[in-house]
Write a protein that binds this ligand. Structure first.
Ligand SMILES: [Zn+2]
Ligand SMILES: [Zn+2]
Ligand SMILES: [Zn+2]
Length: 154
């Protein structure tokens, strides 16, 4: 995140608490993490914090643009500390691995809609779905095996 997490919170007018710092740390250690995984990590550090308190912290941090919430269709929301640049995501349909990908052309061109209908646009939600290299490789290996078995039978 580059900037001191405490400063980041103060800049956004948020009180610095151990809970919020722990939530920030969990997300910056593992970008695109789900709320449940954040709760697990934070509760490992601060035993006394409730799951609800972690969810509340995530909600506040997202609302104040300290964190960005990504909500892929049909899968749980994920959180990341890379905010404000309107980058997009690639998601593997097989293993759910999510990676960052910059706008296709130069600087956030997706924010320039063909017609904005007078709306003030601040985010374009672009998610590329597909299969990651690991999963593609795994499938072609198993296909190869099936073919070999068939050949042996023939
Ligand atoms: Zn995959
Ligand atoms: Zn991202
Ligand atoms: Zn874009």
């Amino acid at each position: 995140m580059g900037i001191d997490p405490g400063d980041l919170l103060r800049q956004r007018g948020l009180r610095v608490t151990a809970q919020r710092l722990a939530v920030l740390r969990a997300v910056s250690d593992e970008p695109h993490v789900t709320a449940d995984a954040v709760a697990e990590t934070v509760r490992g550090e601060i035993g006394s914090i409730s799951v609800q308190a972690v969810y509340d912290a995530l909600a506040v941090l997202t609302e104040k643009s300290v964190l960005r919430r990504v909500q892929p269709a049909g899968s749980p929301a994920r959180y990341e500390g890379r905010v404000g640049d309107n980058h997009h995501h690639l998601i593997c349909r097989t293993c759910d691995r999510m990676v960052d990908v910059d706008c296709a052309v130069g600087d956030t061109p997706c924010l320039t809609a063909v017609d904005d209908f007078g709306y003030e646009i601040d985010e374009a939600e672009v998610i590329y779905w597909g299969r990651c290299p690991t999963c593609v490789a795994a499938t072609s290996v198993s296909k190869g095996t099936v073919r070999e078995e068939k050949e042996r039978r023939d």
